[in-house]
Design a protein around this ligand. Structure first.
Ligand code: SAM
Length: 284
């Protein structure tokens, strides 16, 4: 498969079940001159399953910047390249951004070959609104940063989607429970398309205990889907006013912060004060 300018295919591969791959993806993987894979051994399992013998080279988060020039050179010579990651759609919390952006900057044709993505797979069966959603990738690994990150998303009205590994799922659910309103719905989508697939729906407040009760539940790969915030009622602090108040609370006393927030936003003092007290409680 050759063309005058070379073509870069971005190919989605299974997130577990090896049969979740399109006929077109198999065709591309069979015909390209080279496959850049996040892990060549992992990729070989898929290729062997479909009797594909195309050459592979590695492209992962630690070598992708160094490796991009050589792959661009390959494309400049009119040869084709397929990019695959270990699971799902490349670039979605996966390597490939430097290569794709550099190829586009050189007007090299980039063709996406669609297929599985854990976030979309989980959303499709979670039973939470999907008309609008925000994909937030992996939460920060460090506890304090993770809590701050969740704080900024508490008032987001869109359904939230996170990725998490088994190492941090417990801590992640605990921090969600500490920062989000307890009755908000959460769906834990585990091991999608695999033998131990499960999608469990609960209230945020119940999720940590649920995980605690089952050792099996802690193992595997997870997508977390969190219900978005309801629109603020008339007497509630709006997300933007809350953001301003929180910034002020981080810098001055509760009394001063409330008074300044009242002046800046024009909002009523009573709900601002109540919000300030609950912020102080959560951050003490
Ligand atoms: N590019 C992939 C995609 O399209 O979904 C995601 C790659 S990211 C490095 C890996 C994370 O995706 C895992 O830690 C987990 O959060 C999520 N994930 C991948 N496969 C999954 C599966 N079968 N079930 C649940 N979550 C999965």
């Amino acid at each position: 498969m050759s063309s005058a300018t070379g073509i870069l295919y971005v190919v989605a591969t299974p997130i577990g079940h090896l049969e979740d791959i399109t006929l077109r993806a198999l065709d591309v993987l069979r015909q390209v001159d080279l496959i850049a894979a996040e892990d060549t051994r992992h990729c070989r399992t898929l290729l062997t399953r479909y009797d594909i013998s195309t050459a592979t080279t590695s492209l992962h988060q630690h070598n992708e910047r160094a490796k991009t020039p050589a792959l661009l050179n390959h494309l400049r010579q009119g040869r084709t390249l397929a990019l695959v990651s270990d699971a799902g759609t490349p670039l979605i919390s996966d390597p490939g951004y430097p290569l794709i952006s550099a190829a586009l900057a050189e007007s090299i044709r980039v063709i996406p070959i669609p297929g599985p993505c854990a976030a979309i797979t989980a959303l499709s069966a979670a039973g939470l609104p999907t008309d609008r959603f925000a994909f937030e990738g992996f939460p920060p690994r460090q506890a304090a940063a993770r809590r701050r990150f969740f704080e900024t998303l508490r008032d987001e009205p869109r359904t939230l989607v996170f990725y998490e590994s088994s190492h941090r799922i417990e801590a992640c659910l605990q921090d969600l429970a500490a920062t989000f309103p307890p009755k908000r719905r959460l769906v834990l989508a585990k091991e999608l398309t695999k033998v131990h697939e499960s999608l469990i729906s609960s209230r945020i407040q119940d999720a940590p205990a649920m995980l605690e009760r089952s050792a099996d539940l802690k193992k595997g790969e997870f997508v977390l889907i969190v219900e978005g915030a309801p629109p603020p009622k008339g007497d509630e602090v709006s997300p933007e006013h809350r953001r301003i108040l929180h910034l002020l609370l981080a810098e001055c006393s509760l009394k001063t912060a409330v008074s300044l927030a009242e002046k800046i936003t024009g909002a009523r003092k009573k709900p601002l004060y109540a919000e300030a007290l609950s912020w102080q409680e959560r951050n003490s």
